[in-house]
Design a protein around this ligand. Structure first.
Ligand SMILES: O=P(O)(O)OC[C@H]1O[C@H](OP(=O)(O)OP(=O)(O)O)[C@H](O)[C@@H]1O
Ligand SMILES: Nc1nc2[nH]cnc2c(=O)[nH]1
Ligand SMILES: [Mg+2]
Length: 186
């Protein structure tokens, strides 16, 4: 039995069902593939932990040689509001100098996490940096100078969970994006 059963009483509504999510990821993979030269190697940088599901599914839709790497940065802790202080918990293993980097993120909210990551990776002189985010909450943006090159869905300002996104580390294994019942976190 899948994870939807155990958590079904905690979810107020499903905003992106599994099939819709997977169809869009397939499209994104196509867009990303055609944005690079044929056969160009791409270092996919997954921002732990939220982007794990998206990285796994998106990478299978990219028809290019890809390298996996992982960076762990965290700004939320167990809260639903960003602290604004981004911490690096794990850095990349790869040297990205002169290589094409695709940052893979689950959600752009205030934009602070991505701004921090992009600025830091830029100092390592990659050939290019592009950003793929599954979700974007444009109403919440604080850092204005950052935009995703590829985005799956624009969503309203609601705290979402599932498909990698957590609340207090739970719900990451749901196969869809949903909104948690308010009484669980307020
Ligand atoms: O645009 P921002 O306001 O910076 O928010 C977006 C970031 O917040 C969440 O990560 P979090 O720091 O909660 O860690 P996690 O990925 O391990 O859940 C999410 O996965 C993004 O990385
Ligand atoms: N789980 C979760 N993490 C976030 N980080 C920034 N916004 C969100 C959100 O809506 N849900
Ligand atoms: Mg994250």
């Amino acid at each position: 039995m899948r994870s939807d059963s155990i958590f079904k009483d905690d979810i107020a509504k499903i905003i992106i069902p599994e099939r819709v999510l997977q169809n869009r990821i397939e499209e994104l993979g196509g867009e990303i593939t055609s944005s690079y030269q044929h056969g160009e190697e791409v270092v996919m940088v997954c921002i732990l932990r939220g982007a794990v599901m998206f990285m796994a599914d998106l990478s299978q839709q990219i028809n290019l040689p890809v390298i996996f790497d992982f960076m762990d940065v965290s700004s939320y802790g167990v809260a639903t509001e960003s602290s604004g202080v981004v911490r690096i918990i794990k850095d990349l293993e790869e040297n990205i100098e002169n290589r094409h980097v695709l940052i893979v993120e689950d959600i752009m909210d205030t934009g602070k996490t991505l701004k921090y990551v992009v600025d830091m990776l830029q100092t390592r002189n990659p050939a290019s940096i592009k950003i793929a985010t599954l979700l974007d909450k444009p109403e919440r943006r604080v850092v204005k100078q950052i935009n995703a090159d590829f985005n799956g869905f624009e969503i309203p300002d609601e705290f979402v969970v599932g498909y990698g996104l957590d609340f207090a580390e739970r719900y990451r294994n749901l196969p869809f994006i949903g909104v948690l019942k308010k009484e669980l976190y307020s």
